[in-house]
Design a protein around this ligand. Sequence first.
Ligand SMILES: *[C@@H]1O[C@H](CO)[C@@H](O)[C@H](O)[C@H]1NC(C)=O
Ligand SMILES: *[C@@H]1O[C@H](CO)[C@@H](O)[C@H](O)[C@H]1NC(C)=O
Ligand SMILES: *[C@@H]1O[C@H](CO)[C@@H](O)[C@H](O)[C@H]1NC(C)=O
Ligand SMILES: *[C@@H]1O[C@H](CO)[C@@H](O)[C@H](O)[C@H]1NC(C)=O
Ligand SMILES: *[C@@H]1O[C@H](CO)[C@@H](O)[C@H](O)[C@H]1NC(C)=O
Ligand SMILES: *[C@@H]1O[C@H](CO)[C@@H](O)[C@H](O)[C@H]1NC(C)=O
Ligand SMILES: *[C@@H]1O[C@H](CO)[C@@H](O)[C@H](O)[C@H]1NC(C)=O
Ligand SMILES: *[C@@H]1O[C@H](CO)[C@@H](O)[C@H](O)[C@H]1NC(C)=O
Length: 528
Amino acid sequence: MGAHKSIYLILLLNNYIYFFVNGDAFHNNDKACRARRANDSVVCVCTADYCDEITREVPQTGQYFAYTSSQGGLRFSKSTGSLQNSNSDNRTDTILVLDPTIQYQSIQGFGGGVTDTVGINWVALKNETLQHYLINSYFGATGIEYNIIRTPIGGSDFSIRPYTLQDYPENDASLSNFSLAYEDYNYKIPVIKASIALATAPVQIIASCWSPPTWMKHVHNITGTSQLRDKFSQTYADYHLKFLESYARENLTIWALTTTNEPLSGIMSLGKANRLGWTTQKMGRWIANNFGPTIRNSSFSNIKIIAGDDQRFSLILWYNIVIQEVPEADKYIDGLAVHFYFDELSPPEILTKATEDHPDKFILATEASNGVGPTIPAVVLGSWDRAQKYIKDIIEDLNYNVVGWVDWNIALDEQGGPTYINNCIDSPIIVNAQRGEFVKQPMFYALGHFSKFLPRGSRRINVSATYPDSTPLDNVAFLTPRNTIVVVVYNEVDQTRAVRIRLGNQEAFLSIEPQSIATVEFPYSQAS
Ligand SMILES: *[C@@H]1O[C@H](CO)[C@@H](O)[C@H](O)[C@H]1NC(C)=O
Ligand SMILES: *[C@@H]1O[C@H](CO)[C@@H](O)[C@H](O)[C@H]1NC(C)=O
Ligand SMILES: *[C@@H]1O[C@H](CO)[C@@H](O)[C@H](O)[C@H]1NC(C)=O
Ligand SMILES: *[C@@H]1O[C@H](CO)[C@@H](O)[C@H](O)[C@H]1NC(C)=O
Ligand SMILES: *[C@@H]1O[C@H](CO)[C@@H](O)[C@H](O)[C@H]1NC(C)=O
Ligand SMILES: *[C@@H]1O[C@H](CO)[C@@H](O)[C@H](O)[C@H]1NC(C)=O
Ligand SMILES: *[C@@H]1O[C@H](CO)[C@@H](O)[C@H](O)[C@H]1NC(C)=O
Ligand SMILES: *[C@@H]1O[C@H](CO)[C@@H](O)[C@H](O)[C@H]1NC(C)=O
């Protein structure tokens, strides 16, 4: 797209070469990525005296804005142009024909996970300006404008000790000693409050339990294979209610609860994380008899209840069987949640099938990360490959009716932790507290190409694509509440692609760089 790349400053500092890359300065507030080469792309370096910022431009009638990030190092590089008449056909170009009269799901939002580990890394930055930059990068008007946070109820594998919100006394069905942890007050709540304070839209908080107190489980262990003891079915429901009350006392309103994180992992004993296993029948009975009535009969009755919260491949199997075995559970469920891991094992049609089977339920992607598993490095600085995995998964999910996409930990250290079981992974922001900096990975910008430009309430619209050389171009298009059209495309080939984005008799003509993601926005006028 005109590739207005300009390298305008080179700094040699701490033995690192920084270069600033951006498009032409469209907006006075924009601050370019301070790029540092790393592996196959770049990271953007933030310190207490500098952090890159991006402002969305408001397109005028007949005008489009495009934002590009690439393996080559562009980060939200801006370009603009006029919409042209689209009467001439050009068979060498990719043509995307939009039909805003055919509409699909409405967007709920985009976001990330706030765990104990995230809070520990954020606090370790010490300098308030640098802490502000981290939160602003994700939630602020000059950041990527996240509007969802997922947070664990008690500890998770991204904690530095195993704990729950009532370890003692044991076998206490009245939960007389339930209390939020040091980690809530010192790590999670401060990060959540700082995020809400900077966010440009209401932040919807999703809370999920990894493991209840071990005394509620068959096996007295925070991890491994275990299920809830029947005598504590109501206690586990009350445990959630007490969490809601405790966060309300901190002035934090929870938007949704999931019905336990990754229930199948606690049956199959996958990994060493905090777990609770569920069989489908037991889960159905718990929702119908304990969890559902407890929440709906409380002062938190409007909260969303989200089932599943496990891998995509388990979605239909798991959910359909739950409500087949216990039909009364269905009326308590507002939506279903899927995780990103192993997505390659299941076709995305499973998602549309679920929305056809259950038209009254939404599907939200609630967890994703790269670097999982003992055989690959946890953190790969600068990895474009990992950004591409996110981009392709987000576009696929959105094209199959998913209403939003929530990443996992929003900030980890250079090892991908800390975590008490050392199952380190990657994150879009990697903190190096000792050096007084954090870096934004390519994954950060990948997410931002969606989160910043697709406000809550955006409706996906129909796209019919024509590919001249039969190489597809990943794409997804929306009509936003701002009455603009937003199209996101990803060019994964090593050649520049000419793309005509067509609406009625008008089109935006763009030249999309190799290995790049572009977000294009223009006003929607019914007349066009
Ligand atoms: C490339 O990634 C590896 C991890 O796989 C990391 O240790 C290394 O620092 C990265 N290289 C650069 C130049 O950042
Ligand atoms: C088609 O578009 C390409 C640029 O993408 C241009 O080079 C070529 O001349 C056009 N051909 C016709 C017939 O318009
Ligand atoms: C943060 O660091 C900057 C730059 O080093 C410094 O000017 C500022 O005083 C620091 N702020 C605090 C609160 O320590
Ligand atoms: C509950 O009470 C005991 C002793 O009074 C205390 O040591 C423990 O940490 C308390 N809290 C939790 C969450 O178990
Ligand atoms: C808890 O379970 C894990 C995984 O199954 C096992 O390695 C560990 O030894 C168990 N701990 C206790 C105290 O039983
Ligand atoms: C909650 O908000 C109220 C009213 O603004 C305020 O008085 C109170 O101090 C807040 N509580 C906490 C824990 O922030
Ligand atoms: C709902 O709560 C009220 C009091 O708060 C209680 O009397 C009633 O039994 C509860 N109903 C159910 C179904 O739990
Ligand atoms: C868009 O609509 C056409 C019919 O106009 C349909 O054939 C096509 O499958 C739709 N595309 C998507 C992605 O749903």
